[in-house]
Write a protein that binds this ligand. Sequence first.
Ligand code: ATP
Ligand code: MG
Length: 185
Amino acid sequence: MEEIALHILDIVQNSIVACANLISIEVEEDYANDRLIIIIVDNGKGIEKHLLDKVADPFYTKRTTRKVGLGLSLLKQSAEMAGGSFSIESEINKGTTVKAIYQHSHIDRQPLGDIPQTISILVASNPDINFTYKHKINNNSYYFDTRQIKEVLEEVPITSPEVRVFIHQMLKQNIDMLNRQFKEI
Ligand SMILES: Nc1ncnc2c1ncn2[C@@H]1O[C@H](COP(=O)(O)OP(=O)(O)OP(=O)(O)O)[C@@H](O)[C@H]1O
Ligand SMILES: [Mg+2]
């Protein structure tokens, strides 16, 4: 995987498979401490304690079609390659939290990639799952919750292409604004 946005897409698939109906994604760009932090929290079925240490091992998977599970181990590798770290916490029937920390300025840090595209696709293709997305750059942040969007949409399905384009633009504008605010300081 070349971009962090694609890791997010992949990690969220695990949450979807785990029957989560609420998934929170957070990207924090902390320039003061030179860190980029990705946190994905779900309320899915969770992972048993004895498996938790193994899930980020590239040879562990519950898949039957292929022996090697890749999602978590690739994220771990990408964080560690960029001077960072990876952690996963989980509780059965409560949910799972995956966290990856990168050194923001590290030469080997993968680019964030197209976050607005990733989030808008996830939202539009999973109408029964609620998502929250938070993007923080230093002390400024943007927060979005599909439950609020669904209220405003009323009859219009969240899966409609117009809504996906709307969410994409909304995210892009707000993240661009956070970046501009940061550069003005
Ligand atoms: N959010 C989650 N909730 C519950 N179980 C999870 C979650 N994330 C990962 N797991 C468990 O950890 C295993 C490893 O996940 P990982 O994403 O690394 O590989 P995979 O999903 O099995 O395969 P791949 O991602 O390559 O398609 C999964 O098979 C699943 O059992
Ligand atoms: Mg996976």
